[in-house]
Design a protein around this ligand. Structure first.
Ligand SMILES: *Cc1c(COP(=O)(O)O)cnc(C)c1O
Length: 846
């Protein structure tokens, strides 16, 4: 019989164990080793079987065991210590508090997914795990930040395989009352979905000192259809996604207010939450009487947008009829027509059809329109983004498109395995993960055999784990005990281990190795220098090509000759990923460049002493230095994809055959591969200080959060008067710009090294004043085609009025290199509240 209603009963702990409850309810346990050890100690089997879930474990552990623990003075002492440590960690001053006054009061960080722990499965892959790591590092650093997301009743799917190797998806229902989240009392969020109200309740997860709010539409007041809005992560059709994004963005702003939060600035992690900007505009119009353009300026000043995709197809887009249905009334409530709202998701120049998208509302365009600071997630991705989004700034040179980059990082305490962490704590100063000044070079002094021993331990852990995992999966696929027996001997703890794990998106080419099966076989089956591979990853449920890649790998691994050294582990998630990072000697990544925006799995492998073998894409493009891993060739100029794949596979095999395998098996008398260990040290020393989420969040604070906070405050002063002035000023400048031009440019060139060249320009400004513009001189040595390779920009000084309409400007520069120099002059708008002079897209060239 199915119950019509149900409720959950939380376990009651004996009084002496009561602090376990607080420890379980704060997700800090997910990266704090003493707390994890404490939970594991309660019942190691239940801990493993229950997927590392403290709350589930406290609910299912036998009462006698609890009574036993209550009497165990050692356990009680550890419990009290962990409990004090939690309390202390919530109150203590951290990096942010100790570095002097900051304009930053609070950031609200919006993301469609958060990957914090396996026990809170609200993520699908890199984007979510990154968001989780962002919160954890913000906690470590004491950055005032709150997170906003959705609570998906079925999370993402659990993966298994059928006998043919085809991915099967299960969506077990999660019970929020049995998870490390708690309801925010007396809060009901309401948003309007095309005329029907949608209600949501609000959950709060505590990630150390960071509060994460999750909206959940599964409440009694909603019609059954409406309850399903937050059913699954990335499930359903376009309209379903739009409904989720309306709840996340618009509902998220309302949720923050209901929860008593008062964020000063807003960070949108990818376009999905973009409607938050609209809701803030609507608020300013209603609460402060601003016009739409004024509110837009104020909102932009307080917004940061991070883009995560290097391909137009990866961007969320919605067809016009859908946006009309959901936003016509909303536009009216902002005092604008629908077309004005529609324009936020469009690029300028409507007469010119967008080749990528027929009449769709592009969430990344809206993100860029509604944020005055934007970034990609690696240096290369910044470049790709400037190119991809350059149509939004048609007259701006591509390299000046106002999108910067902050390279992603990973949360060390979450991802580094205990033995490695101990070694780093011993060698570097404790706190190494948050400190820029850590002497990573000290790792050079660690005896090779000591580091090698830790690597061997990591590999052994993986092998033990993989055997048990395979046994369970085989049983689930119907294998008999004897059929599954081989899994007890699967993988070898001393064999070179190469791992590949990530979402099975086609551009990541998980099956690249399979394109040359004989070459792969000889690597696997070598008698003296064998290689073993471990694969894992989920394909999106709608992505049959991705599932086909999984099937190919599983079918290849079914061969009894190689199944013990080429394995696919199903149901990839945070806990499985962690095992792979600690066991991998080599972390393999072979995407089609430049389609990997950043990639973070290789960073996690590197911090555990693995070596990256990767195409120079995403983060690896800026971090590979010739000795900290390997670079697989990428031949982007070969247009025939099959041909390109073949060339790149050849490169990969050559690296494995000629470099990786020989280096790994080149052992000294002590059986230690010294040259290999030296590479591991080179990898740790070069990457350790850079690839951490601590570095990433510090960069966000210093480069984006603080400038944005100061800017937002300035624009909000005196009831938003500066925002209103800026609108008027922009109108005036746009209206007058047609009369702005450069009349003449004269140069007194330099003829010898070290001499100064002087440039004089006569310009007409029409109705504008000289304070409204900057006349810029861009100069530098020129190469072929008179391209200035490294442009230096300086503002020229006003050198007098020429006549009533004309003014002259002068600038000079010293030529420090022999050879040809070039320069150009241009006029751009200038105002203290512009983040960059080219953001308006107005440039008059000489
Ligand atoms: C790190 C991580 C990812 C991201 O992997 P990429 O390198 O970006 O492909 C995805 N899923 C999980 C579980 C991870 O831990």
């Amino acid at each position: 019989m199915k119950a019509t209603r149900s409720f959950s009963v939380r376990p009651r702990l004996p009084p002496a164990l009561a602090p376990l409850d607080d420890l379980a309810m704060n997700l800090r346990w997910s990266w704090d080793k003493p707390t994890r050890d404490l939970f594991r100690h309660i019942d190691p089997d239940v801990w493993e079987e229950g997927h590392h879930d403290p709350i589930g474990m406290l609910g299912s552990v036998r009462y006698e065991r609890l009574v036993e623990l209550e009497a165990n003075t050692d356990f009680i002492a550890r419990l009290s210590e962990a409990s004090h440590a939690l309390q202390h960690s919530l109150e203590q001053d951290r990096w942010f508090q100790t570095r002097g006054p900051s304009p930053l009061r609070q950031v609200a960080y919006f993301s469609p997914e958060f990957g914090i722990a396996e026990a809170l499965p609200q993520y699908s892959g890199g984007l979510g795990v990154l968001a989780g790591d962002h919160l954890k590092a913000a906690c470590d650093l004491g950055v005032p930040l709150v997170g906003v997301g959705l609570f998906y009743r079925h999370g993402y799917f659990r993966q298994s395989l059928n006998a043919d190797g085809w991915q099967q998806e299960r969506y077990p229902a999660l019970d929020p009352f049995a998870m490390a989240i708690q309801p925010v009392p007396d809060v009901r969020i309401e948003v309007n979905l095309a005329g029907t109200p949608l209600f949501a309740r609000l959950w709060r997860a505590d990630v150390g000192r960071i509060r994460l709010y999750l909206l959940d539409s599964d409440v009694d007041e909603n019609h059954p259809d409406q309850r399903m809005v937050t059913d699954r992560l990335y499930g359903g059709d376009t309209e379903h996604r739009l409904r989720q994004e309306i709840l996340l963005g618009i509902g998220g702003i309302r949720a923050l207010e209901s929860a008593g939060e008062n964020p000063q600035i807003f960070h949108t992690n990818e376009g999905h939450a973009g409607f938050l900007g609209l809701e803030r505009i609507r608020r300013l119009i209603h609460d402060h009487g601003l016009t739409f353009p004024e509110a837009l300026e104020a909102v932009r000043a307080a917004s940061i947008f991070t883009t995560h995709t290097p391909v137009p197809a990866g961007i969320d887009r919605f067809p016009r009829p859908l946006i009309e249905r959901y936003f016509t009334e909303y536009a009216a409530s902002c005092g604008i027509g629908f077309d004005e709202l529609w324009a936020l998701g469009r690029r300028p120049g409507n007469h010119e059809p967008d080749p990528e998208s027929e009449e769709t509302f592009n969430m990344a365009y809206m993100g860029l329109h509604l944020a005055c600071r934007s970034n990609g997630v690696s240096r290369l991705h910044g470049e790709v983004s400037r190119s991809m989004f350059s149509p939004l700034w048609p007259s701006v040179p591509e390299e000046e498109v106002p999108i910067g980059s902050i390279t992603n990082g990973v949360h060390t305490a979450t991802w580094v395995f205990p033995e490695m962490s101990d070694l780093l704590n011993r060698t570097l100063a404790p706190g190494w993960s948050q400190d820029h000044y850590t002497e990573w070079a000290n790792l050079g002094d660690v005896p090779d055999h000591e580091l090698w021993r830790v690597r061997e331990q990591g590999r052994e852990h993986l092998v033990t784990f993989a055997r048990a995992h395979l046994r369970t999966s085989l049983a689930a696929r119907g294998a008999s005990l004897s059929d599954a027996r081989w899994s007890d001997e699967a993988l070898d703890p001393h064999t070179l281990t190469i791992c590949f794990a990530r979402r099975f998106a086609t551009y990541k080419r998980a099956n690249l190795l399979l394109s040359q099966p004989e070459r792969l076989r000889s690597l696997l089956c070598s008698t003296d220098r064998p290689v073993q591979f471990v694969f894992a990853g989920k394909a999106h449920p709608a992505d049959d090509l991705g599932k086909e890649m999984i099937r190919q790998i599983v079918m290849f691994s079914a061969d009894p000759d190689i199944r013990d050294r080429f394995v696919f582990l199903d149901d990839y998630d945070i806990s499985l990923a962690r095992m792979l990072y600690q066991g991998a000697d080599v972390w393999l990544n072979n995407p089609r460049r430049p389609l990997e925006a950043c990639g973070t799995s290789g960073m996690k492998a590197a911090l555990n002493g693995g070596l990256n073998c990767s195409v120079l894409d995403g983060w690896w493009d800026e971090c590979f230095n010739g000795e900290n891993g390997w670079a697989i060739s990428s031949v982007e100029d070969v247009e025939d994809l099959a041909r390109r794949d073949q060339i790149e596979a050849d490169s990969l095999f050559a690296i494995l055959e000629q470099q990786v395998v020989p280096l790994f098996y080149d052992r000294g008398d002590d059986q230690v591969p010294h040259e290999w260990v030296h590479r591991v040290k080179a990898s740790l020393c070069s990457l350790g200080p850079y690839v951490t989420a601590g570095r990433m969040v510090q960069d966000y604070v210093q480069e984006l959060y603080e400038p944005t906070a100061a800017h937002a405050d300035a624009m909000a002063a005196s009831s938003f008067a500066p925002a209103c002035d800026l609108v008027q000023w922009k109108d005036r400048v746009i209206g007058a710009w047609k009369d702005v031009h450069i009349d003449t440019v004269d140069v007194t060139p330099a003829t010898e090294l070290g001499q100064t060249a002087t440039v004089e320009a006569v310009v007409a400004l029409g109705a504008l004043r000289s304070g409204d513009v900057a006349v810029q001189l861009l100069h530098g040595p020129v190469g072929q085609g008179d391209e200035i390779a490294e442009v230096v920009t300086l503002d020229m000084a006003e050198a007098g009025s020429f006549d009533a309409q004309h003014r002259s400007y002068r600038g000079s520069f010293t030529c420090m290199r022999a050879g040809r120099y070039g320069f150009t002059v241009r006029i751009v708008p200038k105002h203290p509240h512009l983040v960059t002079p080219i953001e308006m897209g107005l440039i008059a060239w000489g």
